[in-house]
Design a protein around this ligand. Structure first.
Ligand SMILES: NC(=O)c1ccc[n+]([C@@H]2O[C@H](COP(=O)([O-])OP(=O)(O)OC[C@H]3O[C@@H](n4cnc5c(N)ncnc54)[C@H](O)[C@@H]3O)[C@@H](O)[C@H]2O)c1
Length: 318
């Protein structure tokens, strides 16, 4: 059993990681300032500290608790917000991880696990599927801040700080995502269940790599003991178009509302999917949940929330 501090443990992916670590018998501490996360997501088996990762109190907590592992999922997560407020993005994503790493090095933390973003650190790639050897060429402040986080991890690992495993996620889907994340599947489910037409931008044939949250969580379990000082793409390796998502959701929900169409948006990418063979070789990780099953489980979760009278959370303030 390890003592593990999970930042962002009130958020979508982080809260699932907390659930799994607790189920495996670990002692789990959650730090989250609830900027986009929700208190109801935090497993009662974890100790919860409502702190900002940039705050001196957070550094003090690390020194007091001396966790063996810190799993860093707290972040400003949206590309759009990062373009509108690049200083805020850098404050949370760059100064936050620096505050964390300085304290972690002093506290003797053994290992960092970091949620990076495969969809943004590489930029527009010509070589598909994208492997970890692709150089960084981020095209948004969010991609830049995630790449900076990876550089700081390498710097601290080489200079007396903890070792690390970087997980460069594809687009993660599943229960507890919020509509305000602007992730296409969550937004489409929300609109269909609310009786509103989803909006397909561009021609809908643009395609990305989607992964079910439980598969992302499993990579965080394997990274506890494997993959030191390495970065891994964590995706399905299968591109799915927006049109295919819409058709599948209509089939699963039985709600036949025609989609509306909109123009291509700035930053929309034509085709993006990952080579995840390094994670298979070195972590023993492979996605287990097929896309269709992932979407069906996600829809079932949102439906159950609607049926129980619980609103679908649109943002942290709901
Ligand atoms: N969801 C995806 O598809 C995806 C893809 C690539 C990378 N990621 C990364 O995975 C991580 C989790 O993303 P998510 O989708 O679960 O988003 P999320 O918004 O649900 O989770 C982020 C959590 O961080 C917390 N947080 C934000 N700022 C904070 C601060 N200053 N101090 C403390 N807590 C703070 C939020 O309250 C929230 O609970 C993020 O680092 C994100 O960049 C997510």
């Amino acid at each position: 059993m390890s003592k593990i501090l999970v930042t962002g443990g009130a958020g979508f992916i982080g809260s699932h990681i907390v659930d799994r670590y607790l189920a495996l018998g670990h002692d789990v501490i959650v730090v989250d300032n609830l900027a986009t996360g929700a208190r109801e997501n935090v497993n009662p088996g974890a100790r919860f500290f409502p702190l900002d990762v940039c705050a001196p109190d957070f550094a003090r907590l690390i020194l007091q608790e001396r966790p063996e592992v810190i799993n860093h999922h707290a972040a400003q997560t949206m590309v759009r917000v990062s373009t509108e407020q690049p200083a805020y993005d850098a404050q949370v994503n760059v100064l936050g991880i620096l505050n964390l790493l300085q304290a972690a090095a002093r506290a003797g933390v053994r290992k960092m696990i970091f949620a990076s973003s495969g969809g943004t650190v590489y930029g527009t790639c010509r070589c598909l599927p994208i492997s970890e050897t692709e150089p960084f060429a981020p095209e948004s402040p969010y991609g830049i801040s995630k790449a900076a986080g990876e550089h700081y991890l390498r710097y601290y690992a080489a200079n007396g700080g903890p070792c690390y495993t970087v997980l460069r996620y594809a687009n993660i889907i599943g229960p507890r995502d919020t509509v305000s994340s602007e992730h296409v599947i969550t937004v489409f489910i929300h609109r269909l269940l609310a009786g509103q037409p989803p909006v397909i931008h561009w021609d809908g044939e643009q395609a990305k790599d989607y992964l079910y949250v439980d598969d992302a969580v499993e990579a965080n379990v394997l990274a506890l003991d494997h993959g030191d000082n390495q970065a891994y793409n964590i995706g399905s390796g299968r591109p799915i178009s927006v049109n295919a998502i819409y058709r599948l959701l209509v089939e699963i929900t039985g709600i036949r509302i025609p989609a509306e169409h909109g123009p291509k948006r700035a930053g929309d990418v034509r085709l993006f999917y990952f080579d995840c063979s390094k994670a298979a070789r070195e972590l023993g990780w492979q996605p287990q949940v097929p896309f269709e099953e992932a979407v069906a489980r996600t829809v079932a979760w949102y439906r159950a929330r609607c049926d129980s009278g619980a609103a679908i959370r649109v943002s942290a303030k709901d």
